[in-house]
Design a binder for this molecule. Structure first.
Ligand SMILES: N[C@@H](CCC(=O)N[C@@H](CS)C(=O)NCC(=O)O)C(=O)O
Length: 201
């Protein structure tokens, strides 16, 4: 059984969406990171940083225990939906897919922090370029669409779509951003809507 450690209004919503796309049975356990004293040992073992999301999953040789939205989504796609939500390891599309899977933790999240904190960065030496470069790259990536991998919806869209949602929520998206239509396509997916209704239940 797949168990998601989740807390409302956090990055755990990404994994909820991913699980709805997957179509496998799963259970949700509240890990209230806003009340750290309430966190149990199962959660702490799965999440070395004490952050949500985290995951447990039964495997042949034991229990998979892991944390962080990008590796969790990659793990779930590879294990349960290889060829559907992730190109297989020998598919030529795999390399580009991995680039976009890592774009959220590697570029979007640090660029969002740069914007929040008002850092001045040198785009040539900064791993994520800068906020503008990140937006430009992502906008060009989804321009043709409908998804980041063209006609194939993948786990990369779960990470990117949810990140665009967070950027919009935090007022970081420019008016009329080219990312808006992409976000709308993501939000129109039944799995996205099912996940968001769990968030508000
Ligand atoms: N890189 C992680 C970030 C996870 C993260 O920062 N989660 C926040 C909530 S959105 C959290 O658990 N904060 C509680 C804490 O750090 O104590 C991911 O994408 O899963």
């Amino acid at each position: 059984m797949i168990t998601l450690f989740w807390c409302p209004q956090t990055r755990a919503s990404r994994v909820l969406w991913m699980l709805e796309e997957l179509g496998e049975a799963f259970e949700v356990r509240l890990a209230d990171v806003r009340n750290p004293d309430s966190l149990d040992d199962d959660f702490r073992e799965a999440s070395p940083m004490g952050k949500v999301p985290a995951l447990l999953d039964d495997a042949a040789g034991g229990v998979v225990k892991m944390a962080d939205s990008a590796p969790i989504c990659l793990y779930l796609a590879d294990r349960y939906a290889s060829g559907r939500l992730a190109p297989a390891a020998d598919d030529p599309a795999r390399g580009r897919f991995l680039f976009w899977m890592f774009f959220t933790p590697g570029a979007i999240e640090p660029a969002m922090m740069e914007k929040f904190v008002g850092f001045e960065v040198n785009p040539g030496s900064c791993g994520w370029g800068n906020y503008e470069k990140m937006i430009e790259t992502l906008s060009a990536g989804v321009a043709e669409g409908p998804w980041i991998m063209g006609d194939r919806f993948t786990a990369a869209d779960v990470l990117l779509g949810s990140s665009v949602f967070f950027m919009k929520q935090f007022g970081l998206l420019a008016e009329g951003s080219a990312l808006e239509p992409y976000l709308e396509r993501c939000q129109a997916r039944p799995a996205y809507q099912a996940a968001m209704s769990r968030e508000t239940d």
